[in-house]
Design a protein around this ligand. Structure first.
Ligand SMILES: CC(C)(COP(=O)(O)OP(=O)(O)OC[C@H]1O[C@@H](n2cnc3c(N)ncnc32)[C@H](O)[C@@H]1OP(=O)(O)O)[C@@H](O)C(=O)NCCC(=O)NCCSC(=O)C[C@@H](O)CCCCCCCCCCCCC(=O)O
Ligand SMILES: NC(=O)c1ccc[n+]([C@@H]2O[C@H](COP(=O)([O-])OP(=O)(O)OC[C@H]3O[C@@H](n4cnc5c(N)ncnc54)[C@H](O)[C@@H]3O)[C@@H](O)[C@H]2O)c1
Length: 713
């Protein structure tokens, strides 16, 4: 766990706990023993702490509440012999706290520093909230601790975290340095003994405001701020007491469990398992050497960028030159933006763009490993394109589609290679959003799934495998939330009432602000196409489609030119087309009232609790149906999709974790209550799996056993 290597009067303590050198109990004990051994050995004059591979990524998140890192940090700092941290890779959380308890820090130029504790719901409670402000000053501390952000070695040097940045072997440099300072006094090297620079509160209010915006609803960042600030006014020992007292608050808040669950869920989600038993452990994917994207619209350009950024050469294909030029201009504009923001250099930008080819029509696609289609959401068009690609591309080429909801099996049926067809559902903007929903069809092979997962990881996404159904996992659940939001307006709410409840719950924007952003006309078009496909003519009084309640309120608004932000009015008034500030509007309210009157819908006051339940319970219910049907293979996959694709508040873990936290019996009873009241909405029919889990009180980790047992009956 910790190798002890004594050489030329220096004891090197090298943590060896793969994969990230987390500070599990045994590691902490072994470092302590190493320090004591070195302290007692008269031949040892100085000590170096390092990690094999990387430095230390912090406490082991699975046993984080054992408080001995604090004592370890004190032991390091109070050592009579100089202790030098040799840092490569990551110095995070408790690892960072150990580093700043050492008397000196020597870091490799590529090393990273940070306090990610807030993102798992806790504080750097091994003295970090007290030592860090004493090392870098209060302003930098109040920026870095509540944000959880990582910084590089160069910035760490500027802030005074690191004493020297090296290009070569940080451990060798540290050992050499440790030898050179043997016997030197350490008084001014003990961080805890320093005064806090800049301990005035001018920036505290700004820091609190920023934390509330960036980490909405999370307790830990605010507690971090107050503890660091209070500590700056107190002697170190009293600051430590404040830190310990406040640590109890966050450790017992419930958010810690949810955030730690989210951490591991996100790492478990890419580990796929198919019903046939094939899994990430048994099947290898094929690497993608080059690719083509069909459609240079919003998604096609974003997907192209995601691949180019990962070094994959891409041919971007359009139906005609005009659309292609438009897409390429957008792409170049986005890269120019990255250059001006100094995210990349001009040379890097040129190198990236040198891997972009363009074409009108598919004829040139005779030598690509992968094609991703991102044209309009139209089944006939997609099938026609897949049939043509099937004729032109080599038989081993993967043909993937970015459809947001359409049937993957039907698209695959247009080809002679349904085993190589799969849905790669990216989220907008595709070059930025971390989630990739990989949708397997009935005939998609395990090799194709493995390749899509490998591809997703390579382009920096968290890929999650899901089954094929309308809307897959994310959008299928989202649709229920959107339906209920509309029904709430019909029954008496205003858009701002519903948005407020959703935003208080933790979503960045409520459903109507989101709809205004994406455009009301898109959903209306979808609804009308759905009706046409079902052979139903929609008239102003229509309230049901195939026996299901629908709302045509968006259509009433679109008919009056309210398409959302782009037209300056949607569910809110934005003042002008493209405006960004949503204002409540009497005229929009009149449209709503008139719409209800025309349909004889009596409006009423809807209570806060009802709004919250009607927004979130149907999507949770749908999540259980998705598990029951095997569309998702574990609850962690659903939660990851919602955390990364729909900005579900992380401190509640995701919809499935949240349901478990509230109590499945309570959730089930409330769904039954609404099912009684809303017989024309199938999304209120309770999931059978939910019913079973609620009755059996099965722990979350065993839900899938119950789901699988039920599916075998
Ligand atoms: C390090 C990374 C950046 C590496 O990223 P990379 O992408 O390379 O790899 P992965 O993320 O996929 O990780 C690989 C593998 O490793 C697992 N893992 C990673 N980090 C940890 C970890 N810290 N612990 C355990 N396991 C870890 C990961 O799960 C993967 O394995 P898997 O099998 O799942 O595939 C990246 O990994 C990263 O960012 N890691 C997290 C870093 C982090 O968050 N560090 C901070 C940890 S918390 C901490 O350090 C706390 C300290 O401040 C000390 C606090 C003292 C507390 C005192 C408490 C007193 C109060 C008690 C009150 C009790 C009250 C009561 O209960 O009554
Ligand atoms: N926009 C989103 O938020 C989003 C999110 C996820 C998935 N999707 C899905 O991605 C797909 C594309 O959506 P979008 O928003 O990028 O659409 P878009 O309208 O912005 O772009 C579609 C592009 O496809 C091109 N095209 C049409 N027919 C073509 C053909 N035969 N050959 C080559 N190019 C052709 C069009 O010229 C247009 O540039 C849809 O299936 C959509 O459902 C969209």
């Amino acid at each position: 766990m910790v190798d002890y290597i004594a050489r030329d009067g220096v004891a090197l303590l090298q943590v060896n706990n793969p994969p990230v050198n987390a500070l599990s109990h045994h590691v902490r004990v072994a470092i302590e023993e190493g320090l004591k051994k070195a302290g007692q050995d008269p031949r040892i004059k100085s000590i170096v702490i390092s990690g094999k591979g990387s430095f230390i990524a912090g406490a082991d998140i699975k046993d984080v509440s054992k408080p001995t890192i604090l004592e370890l940090c004190d032991l390091i700092e109070s050592s009579g012999k100089p202790v030098v941290a040799a840092i490569k890779g990551f110095a995070l959380g408790g690892g960072h706290e150990i580093a700043i308890s050492c008397h000196y820090r020597i870091a490799h130029e590529k090393s990273k520093f940070g306090f990610p504790e807030v993102d798992i719901g806790i504080l750097p409670a091994a003295g970090g909230t007290q030592r860090f402000p004493r090392l870098v000053g209060l302003e930098a501390a109040l920026d870095l601790i509540p944000s959880g952000r990582h910084i590089g070695a160069a910035q760490a040097f500027k802030l005074g975290i690191v004493d020297k940045v090296v290009r070569g072997d940080a451990v060798e440099e540290a050992v050499k340095f440790a030898k050179s300072i043997a016997g030197e006094p350490l008084v001014d090297r003990r961080t805890s003994q320093r005064p806090v620079m800049g301990a005035e509160n001018a920036f505290l209010a700004a820091a609190v405001k920023l934390a509330m915006k960036k980490k909405k609803g999370m307790i830990a960042p605010i507690v971090c701020l107050s503890v660091s600030f209070m500590g700056s006014l107190l002697p170190f020992e009293q600051g430590i007491q404040v830190e310990a007292a406040e640590a109890v608050v966050v450790f017992t808040s419930g958010q810690m469990g949810a955030l730690q669950y989210a951490f591991f869920a996100q790492r478990a989600a890419p580990k796929w398992l198919l019903p046939c038993g094939a899994s990430f452990k048994t099947v290898k994917g094929r690497p993608i050497r080059n690719a083509a994207v069909i459609g240079a619209g919003t998604m096609g350009t974003g997907i192209t960028m995601a691949m180019l950024n990962a070094g994959i050469p891409v041919t971007l294909v359009e139906q005609d030159r005009k659309f292609l030029d438009k897409g390429v201009s957008l792409l170049k504009l986005l890269y120019a933006g990255s250059v001006s923001l100094r995210k990349i250099t001009q040379d890097q930008c040129d190198a990236i763009l040198s891997k972009l080819n363009t074409a009108v029509g598919y004829k040139s696609l005779t030598n690509v490993d992968l094609v991703i289609e991102a044209v309009y959401e139209n089944m006939a068009l997609k099938k026609q394109i897949f049939a043509e690609l099937d004729r032109i591309c080599p038989p081993e080429t993967f043909l993937w589609t970015n459809t947001s909801a359409l049937d993957i099996d039907e698209i695959a049926s247009a080809t002679r290679r349904p085993d190589k067809v799969l849905g790669t559902h990216f989220f907008v903007p595709a070059y930025h959003m971390k989630l990739l929903e990989n949708v397997r069809g009935k005939l998609t092979s395990a090799e194709t799934v493995a390749s899509a997962q490998m591809f997703g990881t390579r382009i920096g996404k968290i890929p999650v495998v899901v089954g094929n159904c309308h809307g897959f996992v994310g959008n299928r659940m989202l649709h229920k939330y959107v339906y209920e939001a509309d029904f709430l307006i019909e029954e008496g709410c205003w858009p701002e009432d519903v948005d407020m409840v959703a935003e208080n719950f933790g979503l960045p924007l409520g459903p109507f602000k989101v709809r205004d952003l994406s455009g009301l006309d898109i959903r209306v078009r979808g609804l009308l196409e759905q009706a046409k496909a079902a052979g139903i003519e929609i008239n102003p009084a229509t309230r049901f489609l195939n026996g299901e309640r629908i709302s045509l309120l968006s259509k009433s608004l679109v008919d009056k030119g309210h398409c959302g932000r782009k037209t300056g009015r949607g569910f809110y008034n934005y003042g002008k087309p493209g405006g960004k500030i949503p204002l409540n509007d009497r005229f929009i309210k009149d449209v709503i009232v008139e719409y209800c009157a025309e349909r004889g819908i009596e409006r009423r006051k809807v209570a806060y609790q009802e709004i919250e339940e009607r927004l979130f319970l149907p999507l949770i219910n749908e999540g259980f149906k998705i598990l029951e049907e095997g569309i998702a293979s574990k609850p962690e996959d659903i939660d990851t999709i919602w955390l990364l694709g729909y900005a579900w508040p992380r401190h509640t873990g995701g919809p499935m974790y949240y349901a478990n936290m509230v109590g499945l019996d309570k959730i089930y009873n409330r769904i039954c209550h609404y099912n009684e009241l809303h017989k024309h909405s199938a999304h209120w029919q309770p999931s059978l799996l939910l019913k079973k889990l609620a009755a059996s009180k099965t722990p979350m980790k065993d839900w899938m056993e119950v789901a699988q047992a039920s599916s075998k009956l």
